[in-house]
Design a protein around this ligand. Structure first.
Ligand SMILES: Cc1cc2nc3c(=O)[nH]c(=O)nc-3n(C[C@H](O)[C@H](O)[C@H](O)COP(=O)(O)OP(=O)(O)OC[C@H]3O[C@@H](n4cnc5c(N)ncnc54)[C@H](O)[C@@H]3O)c2cc1C
Length: 417
C-alpha cells in the first residue's frame, strides 16, 4: 500500500496552456536529446491521488491523446505529500475529460514578412508538414529593386524575382498560404496561442510566430538625402562598390553608425578599393573630424566638417551643398542610415532590443525573449544581407519545427492526403 510519495495527476481542465513550457533535455551539458514539457504551479490547479493505493488498484497513465475533445496531456507528479495538504484532493473520483481546444483556424506557424528570411523559414517548415500563413504587405527593404549581389546563383538578378520564385515553390506545397495584408497587432493569449490582426480586421491564430518583418530606414534629415539613396548614397560597398570601381572620388559621411574614428576608417579602407580620392564629411562636427584624422591610415584623406544643407543628384555624381553656400561634387557618398524594427510589435509582445535596435535572439534557432516568438533576417541581425536572412530563417524554421512535435500539434502523418 502506498502511504508516502503517491503518484498524483492533474485535472487537465484546471491547467492553463500558458503554464506549459517546452523543456529541453540534455545528456551532460550540451548533448541535446529532445524535448518534454514542464508545468508551472498555480493554485487553481487541482491534483488528485489515490489515497493508500493497493497493489490491486492499477493506475493507467495516458501521456498524450491525439483527440481534441478529451484531456490531451495528463501532468503527473510524485511528491511526499501530507495527507491533509490542501493542494491535493483526497481521492480519485473521476477522470478529467475536457480539453482546452485550439480554435479550428489555428495554424502551426504565422510568419510576418515574406522576404528572404520568412520565405526561407517556410521552405524549412513545410518539410515537417507544418501549415503556414505568410503575411506580406509588399514593402521589402530593397524597395528600389537594385540587382542582387553577394548571393550565389542570384548575382545581378531582381530581388522581386527571388521572392516571386520562392512564393511559387511554396504555394505548390499545399501547406503555405500568402496573405497580402499588413499585420497590425500580435497578441499572445493565456491559451498559449498567438492572435494576429491584419489591417482588414481579420484575426488569425497560430501556435508559433516568426517575425521576419525586415526594418525601415531612418534616413538623415537633410534635403535631397532620400532622393539620392541608393543611387548616389550607398549604404554598403559590398553591394555597390564593384560597379563604381575606378570612380574619380568618394565621400564618407561620418554621421550615425559611421560617426566614430573606428567605423569611419573602416569605410575609408573600403572606399579606397574603388577610388584613390576620399573625403570624410562630419556634418558640422569639427572635433570628430580631428579624431578620425588622428587614427587615419592614409595621409591623403581629406576632411570637411562643414554642415551639409542639401544633396543634389547629377547624372553621374552627387553634389553636397554647405552652410557657407559652397558646393562640392563626389562620384558617390557612403553612409549607412539607421534602421528600426516595427515598434508596435516590440511593445505588444514585450520584445528585447539590442543597442542598435535589432530584436535580440538566441542562437542557433533565433528565439526571442518571448516564448514561441522567433525573429530572423534584417529585424534580428546587424548584418543585413540576403544570405544572413536566409540562414536565420532556415534555422528559426528548424527551431520552430522542433517545438511543434506531433504530440503537441496532433497533425496527421500525411497532411496532404
Ligand atoms: C538598396 C539595397 C540593396 C541591397 N542589395 C543587397 C544585395 O545585393 N545583396 C544582399 O545580400 N543584400 C542586399 N540588401 C539587403 C537585403 O535586401 C536584406 O538584407 C533582405 O531583404 C532582408 O530580408 P528580410 O526577409 O529580413 O526582410 P525584407 O526583405 O525587408 O522583407 C520583409 C518583408 O516583411 C513585410 N512586412 C513588414 N512588416 C509587415 C507587416 N506588419 N505586415 C505584413 N508584412 C510586413 C515587408 O512588406 C517585406 O516584404 C540590399 C538592401 C538595400 C536597401
Amino acid at each position: 500500500m502506498v502511504e508516502d510519495w503517491p503518484l498524483a495527476t492533474m485535472d487537465y481542465q484546471t491547467m492553463k496552456p500558458s503554464e506549459v513550457h517546452p523543456t529541453d533535455i540534455f545528456r551532460e551539458r550540451h548533448d541535446f536529446m529532445g524535448q518534454t514539457v514542464s508545468i508551472n504551479y498555480s493554485p487553481e490547479q487541482k491534483w488528485y491521488y489515490l489515497d493508500k493505493q493497493t497493489p490491486e488498484e492499477v493506475t493507467l497513465i495516458k501521456i498524450w491523446d491525439n483527440k481534441e475533445d478529451v484531456a490531451r496531456p495528463i501532468p503527473l507528479i510524485s511528491y511526499a505529500i501530507a495527507p491533509k495538504n490542501d493542494l491535493f484532493q483526497f481521492s480519485l473520483k473521476s477522470t478529467p475529460n475536457v480539453a482546452i481546444k485550439a480554435p479550428s483556424t489555428a495554424v502551426d506557424v504565422l510568419i510576418i514578412g515574406g522576404g528572404p528570411a520568412g520565405l526561407s523559414a517556410a521552405t524549412t517548415l513545410y518539410r515537417h508538414q507544418h501549415d503556414i500563413r505568410i503575411f506580406d504587405d509588399g514593402k521589402p527593404r530593397n524597395v528600389w529593386e537594385t540587382a542582387i549581389h553577394a548571393t550565389p546563383t542570384w548575382e545581378g538578378q531582381n530581388p522581386n524575382e527571388f521572392r516571386r520564385k520562392s512564393r511559387k515553390e511554396l504555394a505548390k506545397t499545399g501547406l503555405v498560404d500568402f496573405i497580402s495584408s499588413t499585420v497590425e497587432s500580435i497578441q499572445k493569449k493565456d491559451d498559449g496561442l498567438f492572435y494576429v490582426r491584419t489591417s482588414d480586421g481579420v484575426e488569425w491564430t497560430g501556435r508559433k510566430v516568426l517575425l521576419s518583418t525586415g526594418v525601415r530606414f531612418a534616413f538623415l534629415d537633410i534635403p535631397g538625402y532620400e532622393e539620392n539613396f541608393p543611387e548616389r548614397i550607398f549604404h554598403c560597398l559590398f553591394t555597390f562598390g564593384y560597379d563604381h570601381r575606378g570612380s574619380s572620388s568618394a565621400g564618407i559621411l561620418a554621421v550615425g553608425y559611421a560617426g566614430s574614428p573606428f567605423h569611419a576608417n573602416i569605410l575609408v579602407d573600403d572606399a579606397r578599393k574603388f577610388t584613390d580620392k576620399v573625403t570624410i564629411y562630419t556634418n558640422g562636427n569639427e572635433a570628430l573630424a580631428g579624431e578620425i584624422q588622428k587614427v587615419s591610415n592614409y595621409n591623403d584623406t581629406a576632411y570637411d566638417h562643414r554642415k551639409i544643407t542639401r544633396f543634389t543628384k547629377l547624372p553621374k555624381s552627387i553634389q553636397l551643398h554647405f552652410d557657407d553656400g559652397k558646393i562640392k561634387e563626389e562620384a558617390f557618398i557612403v553612409h549607412q542610415p539607421g534602421t528600426k524594427v516595427n515598434p508596435s510589435f516590440v511593445e505588444q509582445l514585450g520584445l528585447e532590443l539590442s543597442e542598435r535596435g535589432d530584436i535580440v535572439t538566441k542562437m542557433p534557432f533565433y528565439q526571442t525573449n518571448v516564448a514561441g516568438v522567433y525573429a530572423a533576417g534584417d529585424a534580428a541581425n546587424p548584418f543585413k544581407i540576403i544570405s544572413s536572412a536566409m540562414l536565420q530563417g532556415a534555422n528559426a524554421g528548424a527551431g520552430i519545427a522542433r517545438e511543434l512535435p506531433i504530440r503537441v500539434t496532433g497533425n496527421a502523418i500525411d497532411r496532404l492526403s
